[in-house]
Design a protein around this ligand. Structure first.
Ligand SMILES: *Cc1c(COP(=O)(O)O)cnc(C)c1O
Length: 385
């Protein structure tokens, strides 16, 4: 087998731990929908779906019909799939035929779904998404009651599975006024739905931040992406957790992903020589340099030029020079006995040192989700206990 220039390891015990923690936060009743859009946030949809299923998850959320197809290929149990984002007219028949659930945010879609379901002799499984102030997708309030009536009148072909919305930045306390108003708006529209006499199976509004910090948003289902991977949605949410538990330090979430590569070449250079392209790094002394076979095309951010670190033999080795497309260099002068066969950790723990996903956002303007979701799908993923 031809070898790839890096590898990703996924920890099943970390994932189990994270779902246990999320469950503690949301209580025993709400369904956890594992959000696996963007190749499971770069973790790899095929291994990740199976891992989540081993943790008891039976509901997955994605951003497109293509991703729904990927989950259906990847699942190993009778798990459900829900499309929260783009669903083309031309995919609707496939979606209904495969019992894939989907968000509906305009009335026209209900008529299409009814017609196709009728033709197939099936039920379309619909989550009505209501506009509450995020102004992304979402059905305007005045369309909601006619939509609910339409579903009631076409009960045989449309299943009113969910009633939902999405918060516009609930991970930041700076947005709290706006997101609280969204919750209020949601609850008010829901009252009207109840009056119309037709109820959804699930109400759901919560993403990771909402599920971890705002119990009133949990309802019947939560859609959890970020937190399941062991990443806090924001410092605000972590600090709220500390405040609510009275702890000064706590690490209840564990990172699922580690990323490793190898040393491609070792070389000794003289004081005053430049390293790599251009003149951004000039050796302040005689140095030993390791060449790493990873670059920005492999998902390692260019913003870490002259700033990032990797771990070799448990020691931090600083990036020297620019991150190139497929290569960068690190200083290993201080790491004795460094050898070509040593593992290089890009993300992960080695000895007493660790490189977190969050550390990348301290040096670049990438947020956690942006970094991991850009890890190329071609990198092999290995599941560890
Ligand atoms: C991505 C997404 C989520 C999950 O958000 P996290 O903050 O990663 O938990 C939930 N709902 C919708 C509609 C989303 O697009």
């Amino acid at each position: 087998m031809v070898r790839h220039s890096s590898r990703i390891e996924l920890s099943l015990s970390a994932l189990k731990n994270n779902f246990r923690f999320i469950r503690e936060k949301i209580g025993p009743d709400a369904v956890i929908s594992s959000v696996v859009k963007a190749n499971a946030f770069g973790h790899g949809i095929v291994p990740f779906v199976a891992m989540a299923e081993r943790c008891g998850i039976r509901h997955f959320s994605v951003a497109s019909s293509f991703e729904a197809y990927e989950v259906i290929q990847a699942r190993t149990r009778d798990s459900r799939v829900m499309i929260m984002g783009i669903l083309y007219d031309t995919d609707l028949e496939w979606v209904i035929d495969n019992d894939v659930e989907f968000f509906v945010y305009d009335y026209r879609r209900l008529e299409q779904a009814r017609d196709i379901a009728k033709k197939l002799g099936k039920q379309a499984i619909v989550h009505l998404e209501v506009e509450t102030g995020g102004n992304r997708t979402g059905m305007s309030e005045k369309e909601v009651i006619p939509a609910v009536r339409f579903m009631k009148n076409n009960e045989k072909y449309i299943k009113f599975e969910g009633f939902c919305t999405h918060y516009a930045g609930i991970e930041s306390l700076a947005n709290q006024f706006r997101t609280q108003r969204q919750l209020q708006a949601f609850n008010e529209v829901y009252k009207k739905v109840r009056k119309a006499g037709y109820l959804p199976k699930y109400r759901h509004t919560a993403c990771s931040a909402a599920a971890l910090a705002f119990p009133e948003t949990v309802m019947d289902m939560v859609r959890v992406g970020t937190a399941q991977f062991g990443m806090w949605p924001s410092p605000d949410i972590y600090n709220l957790h500390l405040m609510n538990t009275g702890k000064s330090k706590d690490a209840p979430l564990r990172r699922v992903l580690s990323w490793k590569t190898d040393i491609m070449h070792l070389k000794d250079i003289r004081k005053d020589e430049f390293v790599g392209y251009g003149t951004s790094f000039q050796a302040p002394r005689d140095m030993r340099i390791a060449v790493i076979p990873i670059g920005y095309s492999n998902g390692y951010p260019k913003g870490l030029s002259n700033k990032g670190h990797v771990l070799i033999r448990g020691n931090k080795a600083p990036v020297v020079g620019l991150i190139n497309m497929n290569v960068f260099m690190v200083d290993v002068s201080h790491i004795h006995d460094v050898e070509l066969t040593d593992d290089v950790l890009l993300i992960g723990r080695s000895g007493r040192n660790s490189i977190s996903i969050r550390s990348f956002s301290e040096f670049t303007n990438l947020i956690n989700n942006e970094l991991v979701s850009r890890l190329p799908s071609a990198i092999p993923r290995h599941v560890k206990k």
